[in-house]
Ligand binder design. Structure first.
Ligand code: PSV
Ligand code: MN
Ligand code: MN
Length: 388
């Protein structure tokens, strides 16, 4: 049996990148509810991300979405973030909210629109230079709604060509991560629907291109941990967008819907060498907080990832392997489940306290008065929302 004391040093490596858009108002097509204290500016979003890091020690980076987080001076924004104790992380492109992209961006049949989409990505690469970001994350809304509407094969060829043009502009250790999603907003076909398609494209690009796995972007019942194992095996798992889903791309708090799935995913991450100081995998959240307060929503999220990481680290891998070798089906299963059922909350609280962090970050945030302060201060102006 592995003990918490044995795995504790490995918890030091944990860093979870939070998305700037988690702090803005969001909702469904039915209603977006405003929340008191919601940021009005990019700077206020970063300040909220910094608060999550202060209370947890787990979230040293904040991902930006362009143009939602477009500012005049990204170098100054970087200094602002650093002064608050966080760094600017992944740059997310956006070719899904401009009328020109109604029939696609990087896959578009019209060369002018396709070039506009490529140019947007080149602008993102420039931003990365100023922010010091390593990763450009590309998620495409491209696809079609009706059989016959679009030339599926032609779109793949154009996508490969567009990605090549973007990839060619990366420098140093910059990376391109390609995210897949099986449906939505297109309902018949999506141009990067699955990990196989994403892998085919990033493999054609080269070493600095890899796949982003968003946990909400799979059909119900998909064995996501298998995909994790395979991509790590091939050296092509670039990043995670963590969130929870009950039905489709719900973007709920990671680990809320199915903590066991999160545990299984993190076990494969650890097993495959994707966790630790030498790992290149970026652990991001891609979530929205529609009805709950946003900063505590993010604190809860990073704590859930930490808790399931600790439990996954507790799996006695030696005994597990021995049981597997012996064909001891139920013995192996029990070793796996023993770790999952281990309550690590008290151990994690002491671990945090020993590092000068609040033992119970949710409670500490609630008692800190921070929420009341931002609610009182942030009056007037326009609250930012998902997509703005
Ligand atoms: C698309 O559903 C997605 O998951 C992509 O990661 C986007 O960047 C993110 O949502 C925010 O729009
Ligand atoms: Mn995502
Ligand atoms: Mn999504």
């Amino acid at each position: 049996m592995t003990t918490f004391a044995e795995i504790a040093p490995q918890l030091e490596h944990q860093a979870i990148e939070v998305p700037s858009w988690a702090y803005g108002n969001s909702g469904t097509r039915f209603k977006v509810f405003g929340t008191p204290g919601t940021p009005r500016t990019v700077e206020e979003k970063i300040a909220d991300a910094a608060a999550v890091h202060r209370f947890t020690g787990l979230a040293p980076k904040v991902a930006l979405h362009i143009p939602w987080d477009l500012v005049e001076d990204f170098a100054a924004l970087r200094v602002y973030a650093n002064d608050l104790g966080v760094e600017l992380g992944t740059i997310n492109s956006n070719t899904f909210q401009d009328d020109d992209y109604k029939f696609g961006g990087l896959t578009h049949h019209d060369p002018t629109i396709r070039q506009k989409a490529i140019d947007h990505h080149l602008e993102c690469v420039e931003v990365m230079g100023a922010t010091g970001s390593r990763d450009l994350k590309i998620w495409l809304a491209d696809g079609s709604n009706y059989p016959g509407q679009a030339d599926i094969r032609g779109r793949q060829d154009r996508l490969a060509d567009s990605l090549q043009a973007i990839y060619a502009q990366l420098s140093g250790d910059q990376r391109l991560v390609l995210e897949y999603k099986f449906f939505e907003p297109a309902f018949y076909h999506t141009d990067v629907p699955d990990w196989g398609t994403a892998l085919a494209h990033v493999q054609a690009l080269g070493e600095n291109a890899s796949v982003c796995l968003d946990t909400g972007h799979h059909a119900p019942g998909t064995n996501i941990e298998f995909i994790v194992a395979q991509l790590l095996r091939l050296g092509k798992l670039g990043s995670f967008d963590f969130n929870s889903r009950f039905y489709a791309d719900d973007d709920l708090i990671v680990g809320a819907a199915d903590p066991f799935q999160l545990f299984r995913i993190l076990f494969e991450v650890i097993r495959g060498g994707g966790y630790g100081p030498d790992s290149e995998v970026a652990f991001m959240l891609d979530q929205c907080h529609n009805v709950e307060k946003k900063i505590p929503g993010q604190i809860r999220s990073v704590l859930n990832v930490q808790e399931m990481t600790a439990r996954a680290l507790l799996v006695d891998r030696e005994s597990l392997e021995a049981a597997q070798q012996e064909g001891d089906v139920l013995g192996a299963h029990e070793i796996f489940m023993d770790a999952f059922y281990t309550d690590v909350r008290a151990d994690l609280a002491s671990w945090r306290e020993a590092r000068g962090l609040p033992a119970h970050p949710m409670q500490a945030y609630a008692e800190s008065g921070h929420q009341e302060t931002i609610e009182a201060e942030r009056v007037g102006g326009t609250q930012v929302g998902w997509g703005a």
